[in-house]
Design a protein. Structure first.
Length: 326
């Protein structure tokens, strides 16, 4: 039923894209959570936090709008780059579900804004797949990666995703690789100059919690709902990744390259995921590649009945996770 809607029924897709997110976010609208903080928050998020502090209701509403806009832009990218059919909003639907799994994070958070920058970085990186060097696109992509890192520190590690993507695209020229480093460094250098002119110690702003970043902490295993949710994600993640990898050989070269970029993003996202440890928003780091993998898996299952069953289980578990944690 649901799968068929996302394949063929455009009006009902739009209805689901409105109703299901609203059901998930109602608790946050009724009782808005406080703005979300972690030890990985960086200067750009500190600015957002200082502006929005005390306006919890507005922050939750704005966060909802940002998630929906991110989902729609991600969906546009997937369809434009031939990673899914043009008449579906399924990637957007999945992204919203993945970004709405915890009431505590239904507000402004560093990962929310970092994901926005990462989606824009992915947009520019897709554009250089058929370029000889892709200098401009690589610089723009790595620039937005740096902005993501200036919201949420672990996202700097996604530079390894970009380098893996350059290998997938077979862009081996030193100028392409050098431009990725220059794009990454530019926002940090601009920020360092700003702090220097303001006579503010750079290390105090960028590395104040660095000693806590590598602490190993498995406290999230004491939260049953979080454990069940992660187990469910893994149960869907493994076959979804396998489906994407196995289907690449039958597709056009553009699809193989861009799906390879998404696989690289998923692999690299494991590192910021484990750095994030106990934080309720740690699964948000996977939201972009998982939206693509899940879309592939559910749309390509031979028996639509099973696809519908698995999708309904996933959606209802996410809704149950929200309301059982109240």
């Amino acid at each position: 039923m649901l799968i068929n809607i996302f394949k063929k029924n455009y009006p009902l897709q739009l209805l689901l894209l409105v109703l299901v997110p609203l059901v998930l976010w109602i608790p946050a609208f009724v009782n808005p959570p406080e703005l979300f903080r972690t030890i990985f928050d960086m200067p750009l998020y500190d600015v957002v936090y200082s502006w929005a502090y005390g306006f919890n209701t507005i922050a939750s509403i704005c966060a909802f709008v940002i998630v929906v806009l991110q989902a729609l832009f991600l969906n546009y990218m997937m369809t434009r780059n031939h990673l899914c059919q043009k008449t579906t909003f399924f990637p957007a639907f999945l992204y919203i579900i993945l970004m709405s799994c915890n009431v505590q994070t239904m507000t402004f958070s560093a990962v929310l804004f970092a994901n926005l920058c990462l989606i824009i970085a992915l947009h520019f990186f897709f554009k250089c797949h058929d370029k000889n060097e892709g200098i401009d696109e690589i610089f723009q992509s790595s620039f937005f990666l740096a902005l993501a890192g200036l919201f949420y520190a672990p996202y700097v590690l996604f530079i390894f995703w970009m380098w893996a993507g350059l290998i997938v695209y077979k862009l081996y020229k030193w100028r392409s690789w050098g431009m990725s480093i220059l794009g990454l460094l530019t926002p940090f250098l601009l920020l360092a100059v700003f702090y220097y002119l303001k006579d503010i110690p750079v290390e105090a702003k960028l590395f104040s919690n660095v000693e806590k970043w590598i602490d190993i902490n498995l406290d999230f295993l004491d939260i049953p709902l979080q454990v069940v949710y992660i187990v469910l994600l893994v149960m869907f993640m493994i076959p979804a990744l396998g489906n994407t990898l196995s289907s690449r050989s039958n597709r056009i070269i553009e699809y193989r390259k861009k799906s390879g970029v998404m696989v690289s993003m998923f692999v690299v996202s494991l590192f910021p995921f484990f750095l994030s440890k106990t934080y309720p928003n740690m699964s948000f780091i996977f939201a972009i590649p998982l939206s693509f993998f899940f879309c592939n898996m559910f749309m390509n299952l031979n028996k639509e009945r099973y696809a519908n069953t698995f999708l309904l289980i996933f959606v209802f578990c996410c809704i149950a996770k929200i309301y059982m944690s109240l």
